[in-house]
Ligand binder design. Structure first.
Ligand SMILES: [Mn+2]
Length: 372
């Protein structure tokens, strides 16, 4: 028996303000492409079942385009006559009871089985049961639902558990309303043939549990996710469990460093051949404050003409004082700015300005934090 397990497809995610030829945000299109690649693999592999462990969409109220794309793809999957079971993740669960869960739109498709509403649902077939536990906001309710799951384990059938959560604190994503699976209920995993997890964005087997896996996401939802390998899991259930990771092709993320102590040479030595269509992050290291004024981001970007996007990180030289009345040890822009204001104002004025500056930076960070 073969199962394709994928997850965290975050349809509708967009970033970088770059449009493609069809006037669609390029990163949004990348996420659609990643999803289509999995569907192509499903057609080739022809598994007995398909499972998706949450965060199908990036938002609880996705855009019309994201919904349209998903419906088209689900129709293709539905026509393959392979049962497809999916659960809600934290990104697709409304935080209030006012909005209706988006996964409801798939209920009318005959081979698609959706689980949301923060409750346990059993999806049963002749030889196998999928025990689905969608994202839960309420921990007390979660506990009662886990108990329901345990009671429904069937000895003569294969049992698959599906969840969108962090098992222990290691797999937390620093997002709003994450669900941590209670550690005193981990013994249930042993009673399952396979535990399919979503939430963590990298393919991984969970610690000491041999049958518990995150399939990982199909694209990266954050620039801090530097992983270049994304894909899905092919699970074979026989006498033994066999889990194989299949990689898909995603846009590469490439990091480069320019040592500003020897700026000219460092630039000459840069190899840009691996940056075609890539998202490139360039770190300017050992930077002095004077150089920082001279070096324009645009000049750095020109070194990588074929890249999709280039971001420049500035890292200042430590313990250096060039006669400018600024301590350049400060690494964050906020600290750097505060130091600068301190030098230019008396104590009273600085005390007045400091909270205002901190508030502005906090607002900026909040506005740029797209993880919710
Ligand atoms: Mn996710």
């Amino acid at each position: 028996m073969k199962i394709i397990h994928f997850s965290d497809t975050h349809l509708g995610f967009n970033d970088l303000d770059i449009l493609n030829n069809e006037n669609i945000n390029q990163r949004e299109a990348d996420f659609y492409d990643a999803f289509s690649q999995v569907v192509e693999q499903i057609k080739i592999i022809k598994p007995d079942y398909i499972i998706h462990t949450g965060d199908l969409f990036h938002r609880a109220s996705p855009s019309n385009r994201a919904i349209t794309f998903a419906l088209e793809q689900f129709k293709i999957i539905d026509e393959l006559n392979i049962p497809f079971i999916l659960i809600a993740g934290n990104h697709s669960t409304p935080r209030t009871n006012l909005s209706s869960p988006i996964l409801k739109i798939f209920e009318s498709l005959k081979n698609i089985h959706v689980s949301f509403n923060q409750e346990y649902k059993k999806v049963e077939f002749e030889h196998i049961i999928f025990h689905t536990l969608p994202h839960m906001n309420d921990e007390t309710k979660a506990l009662s639902q886990i108990e329901l799951c345990e009671q429904n384990i069937h000895k003569n059938k294969k049992n698959i558990m599906m969840m969108h959560c962090s098992v222990g604190a290691f797999y937390l994503m620093q997002e709003f309303g994450e669900w941590v699976y209670p550690s005193d209920k981990e013994y249930i995993f042993k009673m399952m043939d396979y535990v399919a997890l979503g939430h963590w964005h990298s393919f991984s087997q969970v610690g000491k549990h041999e049958n518990v896996y995150y399939s990982g996401s199909t694209e990266r939802t954050s620039m801090s996710d530097k992983r270049n390998s994304k894909g899905f899991a092919v699970v074979t259930l026989g006498d033994d469990l066999h889990v194989e990771y299949k990689e898909i092709n995603i846009r590469p993320f490439v990091q480069k460093e320019i040592d500003c102590e020897d700026f000219e040479n460092s630039i000459l030595k840069i190899d840009a051949s691996d940056t075609k269509d890539a998202i490139v992050e360039v770190k300017l290291s050992n930077l002095t404050s004077l150089q920082s004024i001279d070096i324009q981001n645009a000049d750095i970007k020109n070194i990588f003409p074929n890249a999709l996007h280039v971001s420049v990180k500035r890292e200042f030289k430590k313990g250096l004082n060039e006669g400018i009345a600024v301590d350049v040890e400060a690494l964050s822009l906020e600290e750097y700015f505060l130091q600068h204001v301190k030098e230019d104002s008396d104590d009273k004025e600085f005390e007045r300005l400091m909270p205002k500056i901190q508030e502005l930076f906090a607002q900026y960070e909040e506005a740029n934090n797209d993880t919710l």
